[in-house]
Design a protein around this ligand. Structure first.
Ligand code: SF4
Length: 689
């Protein structure tokens, strides 16, 4: 049986032997061609009943699934009747399948009539979405993984792909072995595992990425790096170049705290080599300037014409398996389904397609604001699906307290116990990977099937089914009358093509006529998949036609960094991120013995001088304190850190230990455009125990 790995945005194809549950890489899948990382290889060990939520519960009592759904519907209905639709919210997840996501969005935005559905993808990709929409007029990633093998220069910025996207990294390693002349530039404050292969490592000051790329834009203009054939396809060129004119080498070196020679090594490679691929991830997105960071990268690719060709382009890596699918169906509170916005024409179009006069007219609450609205008592009911915001949100302790006070918390979950499910009034058992059926879209716009190959445990149900059942109880029957995810998928595909004469990038209308059998057999395909591209589209913008009404891409004058500075009382800067063998809050990977062998307890990486200055050595326990609270873990000395900075993995939660939740230390500051929280730079101090 072929299916897709449920972890990162590489979206590797997996083959499962249903008899012995052995796992191998799918040699035909274009994302991985048979490769798997250690997490993917251990997927068979995550199956089974252990730790699973098996039965529905209402306020701690086991009930039938019908009773639980009745309670959800009647209590939602009461709250909506008393306080209006804005008093309810959904908080979803990049772990959901596209079909689940579609139904959640249709219910909230199309029928309940509020747009209060946001997702943990807000923590992952929201800044990239803004960047693409501002530059291209559409949330459209131009590249594909094959570009890794075809680039002359790969620039990895704010990404430790060796650990966070291991199979993409394996492809890069292999490409560099076969073509040693290929160059790798890593831009990261830390010397990570991804630096082992780097020709150039720029350990820039945290948060200064925008200045580095604004300087590169200026450099391109001065050094003749502008692709003149690109100019007729670009708007805002003069104003953007004028805005970055002060970012000369000296200014960039000062702001980024880098040596001139290192900056020039990067800029010259970018300017002189024809095929440059820039990959980025959370170090760029999880910033108060996350949206501008994205546009700073897009600017240099557009002006130099390094886009729309093999081995070339700006390529954001999604953290989650289906962050992209969520974007397609309107999983973010500030967009509607099928890449539509909230203009009167788009609201009207969606209303006609869904046969609903209740489509939300304005954006809803984004993640941080959503939990603040719960805290203030304005949102009185929240349905959390497949995610753990009580520990994954910044100021997680405050989110947990808001959930504790919320009158109605519904949690659909795979795991019996999570930090968030502790606050649930209603617990709904959801089907897990291996049980559920549907599609996911990886970072390169490739839609792949996840297929069920084992029977669901207990009374676990598909998320789309749970949502549709509640919708029917709310009186929206016919619009939610599906029997199989295939029916949801073809409706989603039809909507993507509805009144879309090339104005919206997301178009999979060629899949709208799939039969159930064809859906079951669907092979991986990259959108757009439409009449013009019936077999999908590897790369976008080869014709240099973009999605703004005039067909031009936009440069944006950006690059002013917001640099977090340590203070006298909190003299160190804390960075957070992933480790190689764990996933999110460890509800799945934490159950696999061999994955715990990489690191088996919370730890903090410290520069040797910082450790010595605090009387700490390898293996000592220490506290890390911010203005919001403290964290406790073991010291690991890391010579790859810049002095004054430390790193803590994000995976361990309160479930592991009361003081293990690192996001409880992080203030909920966000990019004002994308709403994506800045999880990367927190001023802290050390306190030896
Ligand atoms: Fe799964 Fe990502 Fe590893 Fe591929 S690289 S096997 S998608 S975790």
């Amino acid at each position: 049986m072929k299916t897709t790995c449920p972890y990162c945005g590489v979206g590797c194809g997996v083959e499962i032997d249903a008899a012995d549950r052995s796992v191998s890489g799918d040699r035909q899948h274009p994302a991985n061609f048979g490769r798997l990382c250690v997490k993917g290889s251990a997927l068979g060990e995550t199956l089974g009943q252990e730790g699973r939520l098996l039965w529905p519960q209402v306020r701690g009592q086991r009930v039938s699934i019908d009773r639980a759904l009745d309670v959800v519907a009647s209590e939602l209905q009461t709250i909506i009747a008393q306080h209006g639709p804005q008093a309810v919210a959904f908080y979803a997840s990049g772990q959901l399948l596209t079909e689940d996501y579609y139904v959640a969005n249709k219910l909230m935005k199309g029928f309940i009539g509020a747009a209060n559905i946001d997702t943990n993808s807000r923590l992952c990709m929201a800044s990239a979405v803004v960047g693409y929409k501002r530059a291209f007029g559409a949330d459209a990633v131009p590249c594909c993984y094959e570009d890794l093998e075809q680039a002359d220069v790969v620039v990895l910025v704010g990404s430790n792909a060796a650990w966070a996207h291991p199979v993409a990294w394996q492809r890069l390693v292999q490409a560099k072995q076969q073509r040693p002349e290929m160059k790798l530039v890593v831009i990261d404050p830390r010397r990570t595992a991804s630096c082992e292969l780097a020709d150039v490592h720029l350990a820039l000051r945290p948060g200064s990425d925008g200045a580095l790329f604004a300087g590169l834009l200026n450099w391109l203009a001065i050094q003749g790096g502008i692709d003149q054939t690109m100019l007729p396809h670009l708007a805002n060129v003069d104003s953007t170049l004028a805005a970055c004119a002060d970012w000369d080498l000296a200014a960039v070196a000062h702001t980024c705290q880098l040596a001139d020679a290192d900056i020039l090594a990067f800029w010259q490679l970018f300017t002189t080599q024809p095929r440059v691929l820039t990959l980025w991830c959370m170090g760029i997105n999880q910033s108060q300037t996350g949206s501008d960071n994205n546009n700073a990268i897009l600017n240099v690719h557009l002006l130099s014409g390094k886009i729309g060709r093999p081995g070339c382009g700006p390529f954001s890596l999604t953290g989650q398996p289906n962050a992209m699918g969520g974007r397609e169906v309107g999983g973010l509170a500030n967009q509607l389904a099928a890449h539509m916005g909230f203009s009167p024409q788009e609201v009207d179009r969606l209303g006609r397609f869904w046969h609903s006069d209740r489509v939300a007219h304005q954006p809803g609450l984004m993640a941080v604001d959503l939990f603040r609205a719960i805290e203030r008592g304005e949102v009185k009911a929240v349905w959390i699906m497949g995610t753990n915001p009580a520990v994954s949100m910044p100021e997680g302790n405050r989110v947990a307290e808001a959930l504790r006070r919320c009158p109605l918390v519904i949690v659909s979950e795979v795991s019996a116990v999570t930090d968030t499910s502790a606050f649930a009034d209603v617990l709904l058992p959801a089907q897990a990977w291996g049980e559920k059926n549907g599609t996911v879209t990886n970072s390169e716009r490739r839609i792949s099937r996840q297929r069920g190959f084992v029977a669901p445990v207990g009374e676990a149900k598909p998320d789309w089914w749970l949502l549709a059942q509640v919708a029917q109880r709310l009186g929206y029957g016919a619009a939610f009358d599906w029997q199989h995810p295939h029916e949801v998928f073809v409706e989603h595909a039809a909507l993507s093509g509805f009144e879309n004469a090339g104005s919206r990038a997301f178009d999979i209308s060629a899949l709208a006529t799939l039969s159930r059998e064809q859906y079951d057999q669907l092979t991986p395909v990259q959108w757009p998949v439409n009449a013009a591209a019936p077999h999908g589209s590897s790369r976008l913008f080869a014709t240099r036609h973009f999605y703004h009404p005039d067909g031009k891409a936009r440069l944006l004058p950006v690059g002013i960094p917001i640099l977090s500075s340590p203070t006298r009382h909190y003299p160190l800067l804390m960075n957070t991120g992933r480790i190689r063998d764990q996933w999110h809050t460890m509800t799945r990977t934490g159950n696999v013995t061999r994955l715990m062998q990489h690191y088996d307890e919370p730890f903090v990486l410290l520069h040797p001088h910082d450790a010595a200055a605090h009387g700490l050595g390898q293996g000592d326990l220490t506290r890390v304190q911010s203005t919001l609270g403290w964290w406790c873990g073991r010291v690991m000395i890391d010579h790859g850190l810049t002095r004054g900075q430390l790193f803590i993995p994000m995976h361990w939660t309160r479930q592991f230990s009361a003081q293990a939740n690192v996001d409880g230390l992080v203030a909920a500051r966000s990019c004002p455009v994308s709403g994506q929280p800045a999880l990367k730079q927190t001023a802290v101090r050390l306190q030896p125990l």
